[in-house]
Design a protein around this ligand. Structure first.
Ligand code: OOG
Ligand code: MG
Length: 267
């Protein structure tokens, strides 16, 4: 992955303000590459870094990271073939079984993920899935509510990286387990919307093993000059494709061995 930055500092700030406006006021914008066709993935991460700095300066607390586009189902759904990473803050977290407002979201979708909580800091490059498992405190099931700010949920990698990987909300829940007590490759998950099964999959869909996605994230962080701190909450990427939700919908994600995560959506 080339982390080449081609945008001027002014353009990075301009695009960050455009994405920040769309995120905080919940409106759709055209993908950034319509105006900057030569934008690179490195440019996308420069905009994402600017966004993170602004949120942290405004008092948001970073709680961890997310890997995205790590399963075939997600890559096919979004027409992208390289994984991405994004940051997670306290403002994005929602309690299990809660009512989540869609008022401040553009076109939310939900996806089932395995989340990791780290007990030691990881530093790439060269981080492997075995390193990740050794550094993991426990795993838990999560539902990510993604919300691309790009019209029609249509984007390319530089644009989605700049939009912080479509991060919007997330819910951790179920039952926390030690990774060594589970076979993290073969966990089944079923997602129900309004009592009907809408999608299902197995955790191997995420790069063969969800810990591989965390290793990839650590190696991307190294390219960005950062590590994955102890205590981080990290989501490994949607196992299934993402499912659109609207006010009135209720979601239950049932994970084998990890219990379930539920929420409902309101205006
Ligand atoms: C990009 C974010 C993908 C995942 O788990 O694959 C993601 C998107 O699909 O909007 O969070
Ligand atoms: Mg996700």
């Amino acid at each position: 992955m080339s982390m080449n930055i081609t945008l001027s500092r002014e353009d990075v700030v301009r695009l960050c303000e455009r994405v920040e406006g769309a995120q905080t006021r919940a409106y759709a914008i055209p993908k950034l590459t319509d105006e900057y066709p030569n934008m690179t993935i490195g440019d996308g991460y420069a905009v994402q870094l600017e966004l993170r700095k602004r949120f942290l300066a405004a008092g948001h607390k970073q709680v961890g990271w997310k890997a995205g586009l790590t399963s075939k189902a997600k890559m096919i759904q979004m027409g992208v073939n390289v994984p991405s990473i994004g940051f997670l803050t306290d403002r994005m977290s929602r309690p299990e079984s809660s009512a989540i407002s869609t008022f401040d979201l553009v076109h939310p979708r939900v996806e089932c993920e395995v989340a990791f909580v780290m007990k030691t800091t990881l530093q790439g490059p060269g981080c492997t899935a075995a390193d990740v498992l050794a550094a993991t405190d426990y795993v838990l099931p999560a539902v990510e509510i993604i919300d691309s700010r790009f019209s029609g949920f249509k984007f390319d990698l530089p644009s989605v990286v700049a939009d912080n990987g479509s991060s919007a909300r997330f819910v951790g829940g179920g039952r926390a387990r030690y990774a060594e007590d589970l076979d993290l490759r073969t966990l089944g998950v079923v997602m129900e919307k309004n009592g009907e099964i809408v999608t299902m999959g197995a955790s191997a869909a995420v790069l063969g093993h969800p810990a591989e996605a965390i290793a990839m994230l650590v190696n991307i962080l190294a390219e960005l000059g950062e590590n994955l701190p102890a205590g981080s909450f990290v989501m490994s990427g949607g196992i299934t494709e993402a499912v659109a939700v609207k006010p009135g919908d209720s979601i239950v994600a049932r994970f084998q061995e990890l219990g379930s995560v539920s929420m409902r959506f309101v205006e």
